[in-house]
Design a binder for this molecule. Structure first.
Ligand code: ZN
Ligand code: ZN
Length: 271
């Protein structure tokens, strides 16, 4: 006598307790997957009838349950957990599937059967397209590489350099940035009876002066980086031949005052 708890295919009498296809139009027509696939017809049942997949939950997709195969119920819980907790959250996945599986088992099963299995091969492209977009418009737009590399040297004559106030022999400018910056500290002196406020005020003045010097140097560096002035002192010497020297003297003299004397001294030292 047949076990009442078991179900059998009406066509081939195979045991379909774990997985069967039930006709939704006929009474008590349940087929095994093989007979259903072959289009088995019996009695009034026809192959185009609607059907329901009836899964006892013990059906295994890969390998028998006795050999560690996951039952369809476990597979479903695993996929639910992946969807709910995300790939990689194996602790929560294992708790969701139940006591039967460890996090490691869950990860191994999902990676080997789904990611590297036929499903993954069908769904995951071999080469994932690069989604990084290059926003550095190389045609001279903002952030383009051409803006961070030095410009080509300007073809600028000695006379033009002097118009800029540049003194090649001193590698210096006639009028510095923040020309009067030194007045910030020229009157400072340390007095032993200074109170805290006075000391802080003097420190602030020194700080302001240092900032001015830094900005002055920054501007010089820019002028050099972009070849507005000769990059090296030696180059400056080479470019200022004897013919130009008298010119530069003239311009220095016209500057007048103590600056002109400085220039003469500078030239004398180098000559
Ligand atoms: Zn069958
Ligand atoms: Zn039917």
């Amino acid at each position: 006598m047949a076990d009442l708890g078991k179900k059998y295919c009406v066509y081939c009498l195979a045991d379909v307790t774990n997985l069967r296809l039930r006709c939704t139009e006929c009474q008590d027509i349940e087929l095994c997957p093989e007979c259903f696939s072959a289009g088995a017809e019996i009695g009034n049942h026809r192959r185009w009838h609607g059907y329901q997949l009836v899964d006892g939950g013990r059906f295994t997709l890969w390998g028998p349950e006795a050999e560690g195969g996951w039952t369809s119920r476990e597979e479903q819980l695993l996929l639910d957990a992946i969807e709910q907790y995300g790939f990689g959250n194996w602790e929560d996945m294992a708790a969701h599937v139940g006591a039967s599986r460890t996090p490691q088992e869950g990860m191994d099963h999902y990676v080997s059967m789904y990611v590297h299995g036929n499903l993954g091969k069908a769904c995951i492209p071999d080469s994932i397209p690069n989604r990084v977009t290059d926003h550095t418009c190389p045609s001279g737009g903002p952030l383009s590489p051409s803006l961070t590399t030095p410009l080509p040297p300007l073809d600028i004559s000695i006379a033009e350099q002097q118009q800029l106030g540049y003194m090649p022999l001193r590698d210096d400018y006639e009028i510095e940035y923040g020309q009067d910056a030194e007045t910030l500290i020229s009157g400072l002196s340390v007095n032993y009876d200074d109170d805290d406020v006075e000391i802080e005020m003097k420190r602030a003045h020194v700080d302001m002066y240092v900032r001015k010097l830094k900005e002055r140097q920054r501007r010089k560096n820019i002028a050099r980086d972009y070849n507005l002035v000769p990059a090296q002192e030696g180059e400056g010497k080479r470019q200022t031949g004897d013919g130009n020297r008298s010119d530069s003297r003239d311009s220095h003299c016209s500057g007048g005052g103590d600056q002109a004397q400085d220039h003469q001294g500078g030239e004398g030292a180098e000559a």
